[in-house]
Design a protein around this ligand. Sequence first.
Ligand code: ADP
Length: 476
Amino acid sequence: MYKNLIAGEWREGTGTRVNLSPSDTADQVGLYTQASAQDTLAAIESAEQAQPIWAARSLQQRADALDFIGSEILARREELGILLAREEGKVLVEAIAEVTRAGQVFKFFAGEVLRIQGEHMASVRPGIEIDILRQPVGVVAIITPWNFPIAIPAWKIAPALAYGNSVVFKPADLVPGSAWALSEIISRAGLPDGTFNLLMGRGGVVGQAMVESPRVKAISFTGSAETGRNLLQTASARFAKLQLEMGGKNPLVIMNDADLAQAIECAVQGSYFSTGQRCTASSRFIVEKGIYRRFVEGVQERLESLRVGHALHADSQIGPVADQAQYEQNLNYVSIGQAEGAVLATGGQPLKRDTHGYFMSPALFIDTAADMRIAQEEIFGPIACAIPADNYEHALQLANGTPFGLSAGICTTSLKYATHFKQHVQSGMVMVNTPTAGVDYHVPFGGTKGSSYGPREQGRYAAEFFTTVKTAYTHV
Ligand code: ADP
């Protein structure tokens, strides 16, 4: 059984979770212990003790530790990719790419350790000098979802450690395998005991204990809007620093002047790959009427040619849905869309394969009205809807017409539309002629409106969340 890492020791918790492959529920990935609230408090205490020791290590030692972690992840990308594909269900090429990303993130923040910047400023008063210092926040809780089992933990843990914080990490219950493998690598990087702690277990137990503990100074969370909202209430009441990423309902606008083949590729890639289980996935195609029929027919044709199957089979392009609950929810949304009067052009059906897994055909709804539930609510599966638009202004209004604002895209050959859209679409990330999903790791990631709360993640913008500013005045 795989154990939790608390205060530098591998410790058994109070229960066990069986990790099953969604491609084949007879394939048991492993048994993982479950932390209790008490285990969580012990980890937080050790993190509190370790943090000043870690922050006092030389920059070179901190950079070397992160570089070691990045190097080992990259060296083992195939093996870790197989584990990830097995437990989460994305196809192997995507899983290896995700592991590679995680390694690159650690390498990036190894470099950032040496680039932590303060400022020196003159004072309005004679004889005074001002230094603006960036300091660690303290103990940081990291709570992650199941859809990127190694990349999301990496892009939170790496900057947390780079800037001298200690970490209590709670991965999603569904995918403890990749999190455990990452933690095992971190455990050999030479950090002081307690600097990094792994607590696998239930959100309502482990996550809740982290959110409530006054020793946890900052919480970085990615997950559902509902959990994010609850967490905000509890943690902000005790003045904790917060960074929340909570999903989207991302629009992809297709203008009459778009390159049709490119638009279809952006739609299929951005919406359905990774089984649609990306918070940046496009789920609304907002299509100008002159290109609407050709676009939806093109997407339908591509979808019907996609091969859905076991995540580890070389010819699968789309893997299974991650678990039974999500599978049932997806199929339920297909029924909801039909009951609302949208036309199901293709897909949305359970698929039988050689193994028992959660396979479904990618679904496209057409002639969708913007206020239907399938066009407003985050589904988080291989389901998208096409909404006709009269012109650019109408398309922009539709694009902005949900409570979310994570990523948005436009396919157009017009510089005028592209420029206006980049300025006026309500989202944290905007893509022109490229899918809404698929981002770089050295630039900020995050959204507006109901999608995100708090400072951006990734790149050097991560310093906003993972450091605190101190202003020092010296009379010279
Ligand atoms: P998802 O749909 O991605 O599973 P959740 O918001 O349910 O979204 O879960 C995201 C992460 O938040 C998971 O690691 C989950 O265990 C954790 N979580 C769930 N409930 C709570 C809670 N009450 N407090 C803290 N973390 C929680």
